[in-house]
Write a protein that binds this ligand. Structure first.
Ligand code: PLP
Length: 405
């Protein structure tokens, strides 16, 4: 069992008050809070190790370069990549998918090719593909979600045809919270020789990620959603796929040889890391992933299953509440509306009671359209949240409904 009281002591912000109430932070899908070890690692880096990487022979540059590359190794081990060179550091999930979509639009995608995306994708895993289609004249095809928010592999199978070149899904939707069958989809993509891209932004803080088991060609996530600093992201790419990929940005650090006439590019991953990267961010990500491993994903999952069940029970009992996405398995992330009350007003009143939730479209407008709503409230929990906080959340929700109703 997770010793949550002890774990909470690692996160200074969790002890704070908002509007004279103890903070109940249920906006973890937007960004996670940071443990003291991550904060300390950043202070330590800027106090003792700061230097630019890969370009200096002096001591500090060697130290910073070594730690940056050690972070790459750590990330590769955490997601079971075959080698560190399969990890490209970017600034976020958004940065990773834009890099990939841009490169593919200039190399892999051709006029008339089809890209399958799901109806539940975050704009970050939709708009870059639309932009890639504008450049390459490829086309987007949308896989609709089932009524319970699940993804039908059968329906997907029926959509794959001769022109399907790429298939992308989120491991967990940031609205529905349901875990998609990414391994089964991986097998389907592989059997049909379709490039497979997974958006793991919402699964990385909750589930073990094993790129080999998933069978993906590419996978993206953000550091800030898994306890690290913001401004650091990861694009995992299978080595042979990365070797085939042209760079998306030019600049220092991504070249072999430059003349006025012609430039040759470095091997992956440096080919995709033009300019000075987020060095401290990469270090913070390694520390964050170590922290996750030290706690243990098995215990995290067990605790989160308890939180999920308690939330689910409360939401189902709540009068006039509509939950978006009811299928299992899921992570503790729930989007809902309450009859007759605007989601924005609910969010504001909950904040007055110290409860932080997100309101709006959650950057998933096609899915909002599917449900015929302008937005929703989203409560998203992490392993450092408690059953007691869920009870405070429901008491506050009841008061908010009385006030607004
Ligand atoms: N994909 C999903 C499923 C997300 O939930 C998010 C952010 O909420 C993103 C992509 C984009 O992440 P970022 O803003 O860190 O690039």
């Amino acid at each position: 069992m997770l010793d949550v009281a002890r774990i909470r002591e690692d996160f200074p912000i969790l002890a704070s008050e908002v509007n004279e109430r103890p903070l109940v932070y249920f906006d973890n899908s937007a960004t996670s809070q940071k443990p003291q070890v991550v904060i300390d690692a950043l202070v330590e880096f800027y106090s003792r190790k700061n230097s630019n990487i890969h370009r200096g022979v002096h001591h500090l540059s060697e130290v910073a370069s070594g730690e940056y590359e050690a972070s790459r190794t750590k990330v590769s081990q955490y997601i079971n990549a075959s080698r560190p060179e399969e990890i490209v550091f970017t600034n976020s999930t958004t940065g990773s998918i834009n890099l990939l979509a841009d490169s593919l639009s200039r190399s892999y995608l051709r006029e008339g090719d089809e890209i399958i995306v799901t109806e539940a994708e975050h704009h970050s895993n939709l708009v870059p593909w639309q932009m890639a289609c504008e450049r390459s004249k490829a086309k987007i095809r949308m896989l609709p979600m089932e009524d319970d928010g699940s993804l039908s592999v059968e329906r997907l199978k029926g959509m794959i045809g001769e022109r399907t070149r790429l298939l992308t899904v989120s491991h967990v939707s940031n609205v529905l919270g349901i875990v998609n069958p990414v391994e089964e989809i991986g097998a389907l993509a592989s059997a049909n020789d379709v490039m497979y891209v997974v958006d793991a932004a919402q699964s990385i803080p909750h589930l073990p990620i094993d790129v080999n088991r998933i069978g993906c060609d590419f996978l993206a996530f953000s550091g800030h959603k898994v306890l690290a600093e913001s401004g650091i992201g990861v694009l995992y790419g299978r080595h042979d796929r990365l070797l085939d990929l042209p760079p998306s940005q030019g600049g220092g650090g991504m070249v072999n040889k430059v003349t006025m006439e012609r430039t040759t590019y470095a091997d992956p991953p440096l080919r995709f890391e033009a300019g000075t990267p987020n060095i401290s961010g990469a270090l913070s990500l390694a520390v964050a992933l170590d922290y996750m491993s030290d706690i243990g994903l098995r215990d995290i999952i067990e605790h989160e299953e308890m939180l999920t069940a308690h939330m689910r029970e409360g939401l189902e009992r709540f009068e006039g509440l509509q939950l978006y996405g009811t299928a299992d398995p899921r992570v503790p992330l729930f989007s809902f509306n309450i009859d007759g009350i605007h989601h924005y007003d609910l969010g504001l009143v909950l904040d007055k009671m110290g409860v932080a939730v997100r309101t709006g479209t959650h950057c998933a407008e096609p899915l909002m359209e599917r449900y015929g709503v302008k937005g929703s409230v989203r409560a998203s929990l992490a392993f450092y949240n408690t059953i007691e906080e869920i009870d405070v959340f429901f008491e506050s929700l009841e008061k908010a409904v009385v006030l607004l109703g």
